[in-house]
Write a protein of this length. Structure first.
Length: 147
């Protein structure tokens, strides 16, 4: 909570700091869901020193858990990958989804707020992409590195 409050005025943080917050969140969710929640975090070392707007990954991870775990009793694997590509931080969060399972439909607020936020910061509307393929939902964000 303190980290969240302190980051309100910060325009960007290092990916490492953002991942520290995500790991704390995942620790709580793993207590909640037990062995059912499996995570893989694969980060290129170079990416750890790149900047990202604070608390940008949290709603993506919340969506991955909500739409990956709710409505199933199976174990679920959620993957977070990050890499540095052409002076851009690229982050992907993937989770399984079953279009036939009746999970509570989302409002799309999390994804639309991320898209709006990225547009306001970078004046671009191509920094969030969504892909639904082979029962996997993947959200990809690209964060240009301003120097």
């Amino acid at each position: 909570m303190r980290g969240t409050i302190k980051s309100d005025d910060v325009k960007s943080v290092l990916l490492q700091e953002e991942l520290d917050h995500i790991n704390l969140y995942l620790d709580i969710e793993k207590v909640r869901f037990g062995h059912r929640l499996q995570t893989v975090i694969d980060i290129d070392e170079e990416a750890l020193e790149l900047s990202i707007p604070p608390l940008l990954l949290q709603p993506l991870m919340e969506n991955a858990i909500k739409f990956g775990l709710y409505g199933t009793t199976d174990d679920v694997l959620i993957e977070l990958k990050a890499s540095a590509v052409n002076n851009t931080l690229q982050v992907q969060i993937s989770n399984p989804f079953d279009k036939d399972v009746n999970t509570q439909a989302g409002t799309g607020f999390g994804l639309s707020s991320i898209e709006r936020r990225l547009n306001l910061i970078f004046n671009r509307n191509d920094l969030l992409s969504i892909n639904k393929e082979a029962a996997t939902f993947t959200a990809t964000i690209k964060i240009p590195q301003l120097k």
